[in-house]
Design a binder for this molecule. Structure first.
Ligand code: FES
Ligand SMILES: [Fe+2]
Length: 433
């Protein structure tokens, strides 16, 4: 059922308890995770206006590839036209037919199956069969281009935005590209390894998966094995001004397990990046775990209020993949990857189980919201605020990204400062920010 204009979550009062700083804030009401009318409105207000991660740049590296993705309940086409990525609504300009049902290869032309109208990869109508003989009056093919959709990329991720008013992607991301510049993530690649891409269906609202990714309070109880290599006390916030929240693990590993340090590390990383894991939830749906030697990326696809598909991919730093002739090198990489992959699959399974349990709790019983642990759950408060902003703002042109941490902020949380702050934070401290 379409939401009404008077939906309570469009009003600031609905979000009053999440607005204070984390030490006096509560979480959002259960409806945010469990109400179908909220989900329907969220598709329009939030996913209809956000920059949503939908694909990998590697998937569009060659021309002739056409991807079909769903954003805010709308079907969108993505393709490459020369060196530019393009996005279009997946509907013919003649009588509206769906142009592609699934990812496919095209021979340079997007063809409608109904009456064979054809479009170039930049969206121009290049053929309307039999129209030449008796065209409608004033027929000009230039008037009948595919409906364009905004597309942009950061690192290995392709983002789509359905709203013209939303600020550009670089404004949306804020300082994140600069913060992560040393990784040169746009050079990290898929490798042709078994299990390097997988899809999981989760019986939980997408926001529960983001929240679980962003907080480090649950580690000792949900991930006893992970907590040994990624100790709770080694986690710190990792977020500046921008539409994201994040945490870092510094140092990334103790000597008890080596499951995620077996792959060869990227070259050229500074001391902080080389010894840390960066865990960034780019609002709304991108979960990015960057280790010195691999990336584990999850793109969340909300399907129903209590159902989400996780599209998971591993990426590897430049030079990590041996040449096709190097059989031994490939074998070594495959074995190291399998150790890392199994580790992540175990961790992700543990996360999925607990998130499904949260979903059952909020949807079947729905306790009123509770407080969060300031030292470990502050990124959730930031995520709740971004969600509330998108749901309440009438014009997204007025959107303000959350401000960033300042060096020394962590003192407010009763913890010692991050012992290896990333360079961007060191520079900010030197500038007296
Ligand atoms: S609907 Fe596409 S060509 Fe007629
Ligand atoms: Fe977890």
């Amino acid at each position: 059922m379409p939401p009404t204009v008077g939906a309570p979550w469009r009003l600031p009062g609905f979000w009053a308890d999440i607005r204070p700083q984390v030490w006096s804030a509560l979480g959002p009401p259960p409806a945010v995770y469990a109400d179908e009318a909220f989900f329907a409105d969220e598709q329009t207000r939030l996913f209809g206006r956000a920059w949503t991660g939908v694909a990998l740049t590697d998937e569009l590296s060659r021309s002739g590839r056409l991807l079909v993705r769903t954003v805010a309940g709308k079907s969108v086409l993505l393709t490459r036209s020369g060196d530019r990525l393009r996005g279009f609504m997946n509907t013919c300009r003649h009588r509206g037919t769906e142009l592609a049902e699934a990812d496919c290869d095209i021979a340079g032309t997007i063809r409608c199956p109904y009456h064979r109208w054809s479009y170039s990869t930049d969206g121009r109508l290049v053929a309307a069969p039999l129209f030449e003989a008796s065209p409608p009056s004033d027929f000009d093919p230039a008037d009948w281009r595919l409906v364009p959709v905004r597309v942009d990329t950061w690192g290995p991720i392709v983002f789509v935005c359905l709203d013209e008013e939303t600020p550009p992607l670089d404004v949306w991301l804020g300082d994140l590209p600069e913060r992560m510049a040393a990784y040169r993530l746009d050079e990290w690649r898929l490798a042709n390894l078994e299990g390097a891409a997988a899809t999981f269906e989760v019986a939980a609202n997408w926001k529960l998966l983001v929240e679980n990714f962003a907080e480090y309070y649950h580690l000792p109880w949900v991930h006893p094995k992970l907590a040994k290599v990624s100790r709770v006390r080694d986690h710190y916030r990792y977020q500046g001004p921008g539409m994201y929240c994040g945490q870092t693990t510094t140092p990334v590993s103790s000597d008890q397990h080596e499951d995620w340090v077996v792959l060869p590390p990227a070259t050229g990383l500074g001391a902080s990046d080389a010894a840390s894991g960066r865990f960034v939830a780019v609002f709304p749906n991108v979960l990015l775990a960057v280790l010195p030697n691999h990336v584990f990326l999850i793109l969340l696809e909300p399907v129903e209020v209590g159902r989400t598909v996780e599209h998971c991919t591993f990426l590897f730093p430049p030079g990590a993949a041996p040449s096709p002739e190097d059989d031994q090198g490939r074998q070594r990489l495959a074995e190291a990857f399998e150790t890392t992959r199994r580790f992540w699959v175990d961790v992700n399974d543990e996360d999925i189980d607990i998130c499904e349990r949260v979903q059952r709790g909020v949807s079947r019983a729905g306790a009123p919201p509770g407080p969060m642990a300031p030292r470990f759950e502050e990124p959730l408060n930031r995520f709740h605020n971004m969600t509330a902003d998108l749901m309440t703002l009438e014009s997204v042109a007025n959107l303000e990204a959350p401000g960033g941490d300042r060096p020394g902020d962590v003192d407010l949380y009763g913890t010692k400062p991050n012992p290896m702050p990333p360079p961007i934070e060191v520079e900010a401290a030197l500038r007296g920010a």
